[in-house]
Ligand binder design. Structure first.
Ligand SMILES: Cc1ncc(COP(=O)(O)O)c(C=O)c1O
Length: 563
């Protein structure tokens, strides 16, 4: 008997012959080993037919995989072939598993695979909202007053599909993370491939190919001269790592109380350190007494187009204040953290590159590290690779560290990374273990996240993406221009693929209810937006089509008219 399992019945064994020829030459029947899962009917029946067509007997089919009575019966009846048994998936695949299986077979009666159960397709998610209400605490949600959550069953490109098959345009890239669109097959495949090889391993004392490859590919693309990548698992932790490294260095220099500076209206995340560098607001209020003190510098950003005269003047004023702070505190300063070009959660407030150039120059002059928080702006969001990318004819920017997350994995998996300049890494080299950067997370360098990030990087570097970014920017300008002509909105502004504006006569901050009512209206019309108070913005996945973006703006226009 020849066991067909060495790649398939038609697999060549030399220049002219295949496995069937081998069976024929030996005058033996063939045993077909077949999977029980999707696609098996075609493959198995075609194999059985080709063996028989060449005059070789088929001894039977041995199934491999999870129970699937229906597939087993179909193979038996359509192929008129005996089903000899089923070998379940072994885990782990080793001799112990095989011994356990054999022992099980010896001790229990034979089970005909044709009589086994057929897995049923996923049951409709009945009562999901009710079950959610019983057991889930959602982020940034006041459960007493919030509308029920949307039941999202699937997503593709820029579209979310609810369990009642309503299509919703995702105009916020699901919290600004799904840059390349939902369920992009290239990223999904990369994760699936990696999951079969290595899903996770402790990253202290171990390394792996996707982690190293990602660092090798990413570092040269980053602004400044980044040479080392420290992995974590989200944007806030990427910030924590950068701040902790700078603070530890300052302490080593002998600074008793290192000073950390950040801009007004900043947002850098929700963990305590990231919250501390963020602006004090209603969100931080409960924790304010526990947040470490941060020197708050005037922001150059506003609800204006990033290169308008007001923005340039704002930058000049903010740079003068920075100069004064550095003059006074450079000796005690650990670092200065900034969101380059746009303060996202602070209200999509923009500022020109000249501020970053001035900041870079001043920090270099005073020897103070600045940290570029590219968590939101990175990976194409501001029109090019990164907000701090080099610009022809302009001075380069040289942050000490760059923080990344969100679009890093194309929004598929949580991953954070903090890139450092070589001299920072070197500062920690010592024979004294106390000088280690004592930071790490269970999922540091998760291989699945790294594999997703590599696939997302391929997509980012695909020339098709470059032209898509340009298309989205031009559509944003056109649709926002039209909207501004129709309604008395203010501060209409576009930066790369993102656009924002202020609702007419908007009072209050983030909690202003007008934005929330507009979000609800849009949601009922099949568009997902998430205003920041009365600041409206559109942050589309790069896969968004022109008609989908037009629908977003038409819906926003209807909402403004209605409310
Ligand atoms: C600029 C910036 N930094 C950091 C963060 C925090 O990222 P995460 O929510 O992944 O912790 C955010 C989140 O919106 C952000 O916009």
């Amino acid at each position: 008997m020849v066991v067909e399992g060495a790649g398939g019945a038609l697999v060549p064994i030399n220049e002219t012959e295949d496995m069937i020829d081998l069976a024929k030459a030996l005058d033996l029947p063939m045993l077909v080993v077949a999977s029980t899962t999707l696609g098996t009917l075609h493959h198995t029946l075609a194999t059985v037919q080709s063996i028989r067509a060449r005059g070789v007997d088929v001894a039977g089919v041995l199934l491999n995989g999870p129970a699937h009575g229906e597939n087993a019966r179909q193979i038996r009846d359509r192929g008129q072939v005996r089903i000899l048994g089923r070998v379940p998936e072994l885990y782990p695949v080793d001799t112990v598993s095989v011994q356990e299986l054999v022992a099980q077979w010896r001790n229990s009666p034979f089970v005909d695979p044709c009589t086994e159960e057929t897995p049923r397709s996923l049951a409709p998610r009945q009562g999901l909202r009710e079950r959610d209400a019983q057991c889930i605490w959602h982020p940034y949600t006041q459960h007493q007053t919030s509308p029920e959550p949307l039941e999202i069953q699937a997503a593709h490109g820029a579209i979310l599909r609810t369990s009642d098959q309503t299509e919703i345009v995702d105009a916020v890239s699901s919290w600004w993370v799904c840059n390349h669109g939902h369920t992009h097959p290239k990223i999904a495949q990369a994760i699936a491939r990696q999951a079969k090889e290595l899903e996770q391993v402790i990253f202290a004392g171990c390394t792996h190919e996707p982690g190293v490859q990602l660092a090798q590919r990413l570092l040269p693309l980053l602004p400044g001269q980044m040479t080392k990548l420290f992995y974590s698992d989200n944007g806030s932790t990427a910030i924590e790592v950068a701040i902790k490294a700078c603070v530890q260095m300052a302490r080593r220099r002998g600074v008793q109380q290192p000073r950390v500076a950040a801009l007004e209206d900043a947002y850098h995340g929700d963990t305590f350190g990231a919250m501390a560098v963020g602006a004090r607001s209603v969100f931080s209020a409960p924790f304010d007494p526990l947040l470490f003190e941060v020197d708050r510098l005037p922001t150059p950003a506003g609800a204006w187009a990033p290169n308008c005269a007001e923005a340039l003047e704002g930058s000049r004023i903010a740079l003068a204040a920075l100069d004064a702070w550095l003059t006074e505190h450079h000796k005690d300063a650990a670092c200065l953290v900034v969101e380059p070009l746009i303060q996202g959660s602070g209200g999509m407030r923009m500022y020109p590159r000249v501020y970053l150039e001035g900041l870079d120059q001043l920090c270099t002059k005073f020897g103070v590290h600045w940290i570029a928080d590219e968590v939101f702006t990175g990976f194409g969001r501001t029109g090019g690779s990164f907000a701090c990318r080099p610009v022809a004819g302009r001075p380069d920017l040289n942050p000490a560290a760059v923080c990344l997350s969100k679009g890093l994995t194309g929004g598929f998996l949580p991953l954070g990374a903090t890139a450092f300049r070589e001299e920072i890494f070197r500062d920690f080299l010592s024979d004294d273990r106390k000088e280690t950067l004592f930071h790490g997370h269970s999922f540091t360098g998760n291989p699945l996240g790294c594999a997703a990030a590599l696939a997302a990087l391929d997509l980012l570097q695909d020339p098709a993406t470059t032209s898509r970014l340009a298309d989205i920017e031009s559509w944003q300008r056109r649709f926002l221009g039209d909207l501004s002509n129709r309604h008395p909105v203010t501060g209409a502004r576009v930066l790369g693929t993102l656009a924002a504006f202020e609702l007419p006569a908007a009072p209050g901050g983030y909690l202003a209810s007008r934005g929330q009512r507009i979000a609800r209206f849009c949601r009922d019309q099949g568009v997902l937006v998430r205003p920041l108070g009365d600041t409206m913005y559109v942050v589309p996945p790069f896969s968004m089509r022109e008609h989908q973006l037009e629908r977003v703006y038409d819906t926003l226009s209807d909402a403004i008219e209605e409310l």
